[in-house]
Write a protein that binds this ligand. Structure first.
Ligand SMILES: NC(=O)c1ccc[n+]([C@@H]2O[C@H](COP(=O)([O-])OP(=O)(O)OC[C@H]3O[C@@H](n4cnc5c(N)ncnc54)[C@H](OP(=O)(O)O)[C@@H]3O)[C@@H](O)[C@H]2O)c1
Length: 316
C-alpha cells in the first residue's frame, strides 16, 4: 500500500481508503451481515487501509464501523466522519437533526473512540457555505480545542454540484479553515484538476477523493449511455470512442478492468492523498487495492483521457 500525507494534517493515509456510504452503504444493500462487515474491515486493514470514512447520515454505519474496528489498536487507523448541517434541502427533510456538538458525542459513542481524526461538514452546497462558516464552524473549532476532533474538513454534494462550486468557494474564501476537503475526481469528472486542486496544493489542504468510479463506471450499460450523451453534447468528438465498451482500450498491462483504470486515474493526481472505495465485496476491495499498488496509467492513456474528457463533470 502506498501512503500519502493528507495535506497539513500530516496524517500518513493509505492511498486506498474505505468508505461506508455510497451505493453500497457498508454492504447493507447487498445484505452483508455483521460477520461479513468484520471480514471486510479486517481484510482492509490487512491490505494496509488505514482511513475509514463514515457519517452520522449513513444509517447504522458509524455503529457498524465502531463494532468492526473494536479491538484494533486505535493508532492503527484514522476515522473520518461527518455531520450534515440543517441547511437547504436537509433543513426541510430532517427535523430530527442533532446539533453538531450532540452529533459528535453520538459519533464518538457509536465509533467507540475518544476522538475523530477528521470531522467533516457533510455535503455543503455553495449556497450554504457562508452559513456553515458563520453558524457552525465556531462549534467545530471548540470541539477541536476539547480534543474530540483532530482536524476539520468539508465535503460537497455529489449530484447537485458536479462542477464543485462549493469547493471552489471554500478554497478561495477560507483555505485556512479546512484541513481537508472531500470531492469526486475521476476520469468522467476531471473538473477538480482545473481550479480546486491547484488551490488545495497551494494551501496544503488534504484531498480525499470520493466516488471515483461510483455508478457511471460500474453499472453495465451505464458507461455506454454516459459516453453517448457526452458525444451528443460534443464534449467528446464523434468517432473518438466506440459506442460500446468505450473504455476497454484502457485494459492492458497491469490495468485489468475499466474500474481498475478508474481508481488509478482517481489516485493519479498529486493533490489527492487517498481514494475512497465503497464496496460490499472483499474481491472488489482486493482488486481496488491491487489497482492502487501502481496508480499511474500508461502516460499516453492518461493523456488521452485528459484530452477527451478534461471538461467532463459527471455527477455519478
Ligand atoms: N458528499 C459526500 O460527502 C460523499 C458523497 C459520496 C461518497 N462519499 C464517501 O465516499 C465513499 C466512496 O464513494 P462511493 O462508495 O460512491 O464510491 P466508489 O467506490 O467510486 O463506488 C462504489 C460503487 O462501485 C462498486 N465497486 C467498487 N469496486 C468495484 C469493483 N472492483 N468491481 C465492481 N464494482 C465495484 C461498488 O459496488 P460493490 O459493493 O458491489 O463493490 C459500489 O456500487 C463513500 O462510501 C462515502 O464514504 C461522500
Amino acid at each position: 500500500m502506498i501512503y500519502r500525507t493528507l495535506g497539513r494534517t500530516g496524517l500518513k493515509v493509505s492511498l486506498l481508503g474505505y468508505g461506508t456510504g455510497g451505493p453500497s452503504q457498508f454492504g447493507a444493500r447487498a445484505g452483508v451481515d455483521r460477520a461479513g462487515r468484520q471480514r471486510i474491515i479486517r481484510r482492509a486493514l490487512d491490505l494496509g487501509v488505514n482511513l475509514f470514512d463514515s457519517a452520522e447520515g449513513y444509517g447504522a454505519s458509524e455503529e457498524w464501523l465502531g463494532d468492526a474496528l473494536d479491538g484494533v489498536t486505535r493508532e492503527m487507523y484514522f476515522i473520518a466522519t461527518k455531520w450534515g448541517p440543517p441547511l437547504g434541502e436537509r433543513a426541510g427533510r430532517r427535523a430530527d437533526l442533532a446539533g453538531l456538538a450532540e452529533s459528535v458525542e453520538r459519533s464518538l459513542r457509536r465509533l467507540r473512540t475518544d476522538y475523530i481524526d477528521v470531522m467533516q461538514f457533510h455535503g455543503v452546497a455553495e449556497a450554504d457555505y457562508d452559513a456553515v462558516v458563520d453558524r457552525f464552524y465556531p462549534t467545530m473549532k471548540s470541539l477541536q480545542q476539547q480534543g474530540k476532533v483532530r482536524f476539520i474538513g468539508i465535503t460537497f454534494p455529489l449530484k447537485s454540484e458536479p462542477r464543485h462550486e462549493g469547493a471552489v468557494k471554500a478554497l478561495r474564501e477560507g483555505p485556512k479553515l479546512w484541513d481537508t476537503i472531500m470531492l469526486k475526481y475521476g476520469f468522467l469528472n476531471q473538473r477538480a484538476a482545473k481550479e480546486v486542486f491547484p488551490m488545495a496544493i497551494e494551501h496544503d489542504v488534504g484531498v480525499i477523493n470520493m466516488a471515483a468510479v461510483r455508478l457511471s463506471l460500474t453499472r453495465p450499460g451505464r458507461t455506454d449511455e454516459v459516453v453517448a450523451r457526452l458525444k451528443s453534447e460534443a464534449v467528446i468528438p464523434r468517432g473518438e470512442l466506440p459506442d460500446e465498451k468505450p473504455f476497454d482500450w484502457l485494459i492492458r498491462g497491469d490495468v485489468d478492468s475499466v474500474i481498475s483504470a478508474g481508481y488509478k486515474f482517481g489516485a493519479n493526481h498529486p493533490a489527492v492523498s487517498t481514494v475512497l472505495t465503497g464496496t460490499s465485496s472483499i474481491d472488489h476491495l482486493e482488486a481496488n487495492a491491487k489497482a492502487l499498488e501502481k496508480p499511474a496509467l500508461p502516460a499516453e492513456d492518461q493523456e488521452r483521457l485528459v484530452r477527451l474528457l478534461g471538461d467532463s463533470a459527471e455527477p455519478d
